[in-house]
Design a protein around this ligand. Structure first.
Ligand SMILES: Nc1ncnc2c1ncn2[C@@H]1O[C@H](COP(=O)(O)OP(=O)(O)O)[C@@H](O)[C@H]1O
Ligand SMILES: N[C@@H](CCOP(=O)(O)O)C(=O)O
Length: 301
């Protein structure tokens, strides 16, 4: 049996639209084993239990890339990363399926190839790169349409809390509400704020994080898709925190200076939004991992 563990990701980190992404300590584990039928899938909503399943699609893409026949497979998904909440559930599927195909066929897909294939499937590199490499990643597409990635440190003193609404925002829909062009002034604003944000996260400088986290590319447009955006932001800012839309939403991510602020945000958010999931998170330093076992015995990781 092949067991793949993939972290959720918080893309954009406010000001890095389509280029910044953070791997967080929220995981799905997906197992792959031989089956007597073409495909068995469990652990996901019934609507996804078909050959269109993104995990299976990625597994097939990996097999095709390796020029191998797609084996009959049983896929079991465990974990509660919510779907369409801006925590990269689709990247988890893509990375898991590709990585499983690689492991199935003797680690045939290199890390760079994995980054490339996953980005092709996802359409943008900001979720899949941290899901593969862990940590805070900055990525862009080069002239050959390949992702280039560089990792940044995040200060371990920072606290992250995900405020996860009980309603979805589909990434596909949330991309449609964005304008097609950006003014020169807004481009300057964005580049400067994004560069400052990466260093501020490394320093754990809460003042600079707050100043830098002022997005003009997506958040003003997407905030309208999240009716509780203003109320959640007020809860975070009351204790000196900063809040941004995780990925395309609906999750709102709070960055906080200490445990006292973290607990206050958790308590106040839980009271204001009783049906939401509120989750303390840390940065996931490593991305996707795999383990191969036979009859319960681990053969290799
Ligand atoms: N367990 C799963 N099995 C199959 N597909 C999934 C699963 N989880 C997520 N997906 C796919 O990912 C889509 C959600 O992706 P998206 O809208 O980008 O939101 P996010 O990645 O932020 O959760 C779902 O509509 C579905 O196609
Ligand atoms: N850069 C993308 C990120 C989408 O992340 P997701 O977790 O919501 O899928 C975007 O903002 O559209």
């Amino acid at each position: 049996m092949i067991k793949i563990k993939v972290p959720a990701t918080s893309a954009n980190v406010g000001v890095g639209f389509d280029c910044l992404g953070l791997a967080v300590s929220y995981y799905s584990t997906i197992t792959f084993e031989p089956s007597t039928t073409k495909l068995e899938i469990s652990g996901c909503p019934a609507e996804f239990q078909t050959e269109d399943n993104l995990v299976y699609q990625a597994f097939v893409k990996g097999c095709n890339f390796l020029d191998k026949p797609v084996p009959n497979v049983k896929i079991t998904i465990t974990g509660d990363i919510p779907v369409a909440r801006g925590l990269g559930s689709s990247s988890v599927c893509v990375v898991a399926g590709l990585k499983a195909a690689s492991v199935w066929f003797s680690d045939g897909i290199s890390k760079d190839q994995l980054l490339s294939l996953a980005t092709q499937m996802e359409g943008h590199p900001d979720n899949v790169t941290p899901a593969i490499l862990g940590g805070l990643c900055v990525s862009f597409m080069d002239d050959h349409h390949e992702p280039q990635v560089i990792k940044y440190d995040v200060n371990p003193e920072l606290h992250f809390v995900a405020l996860i609404p009980d309603y979805e925002v589909s990434t596909h829909e949330a991309r449609k509400v964005l304008p097609k062009t950006l003014s020169y002034a807004d481009a300057i604003h964005q580049v400067s704020h994004c560069a400052a944000m990466t260093k501020a996260l490394e320093l754990g400088d809460m003042h600079m994080i707050h100043e830098a986290c002022d997005d003009r590319m997506h958040e003003p447009y997407r905030a309208k898709l999240i009716p509780d955006y203003d109320a959640a932001k007020a809860i975070c800012e009351r204790v000196g925190g900063t809040m941004y839309i995780s990925g395309s939403g609906s999750t709102l991510m709070a960055i906080l200076a200490d445990e006292a602020a973290e607990n206050e945000v958790i308590n106040n958010a839980q009271a204001a939004f009783p049906s939401w999931k509120i989750r303390k998170l840390t940065v996931a330093a490593t991305g996707v991992t795999s383990e191969v076992s036979e009859r319960g015995k681990v053969l290799h990781r």
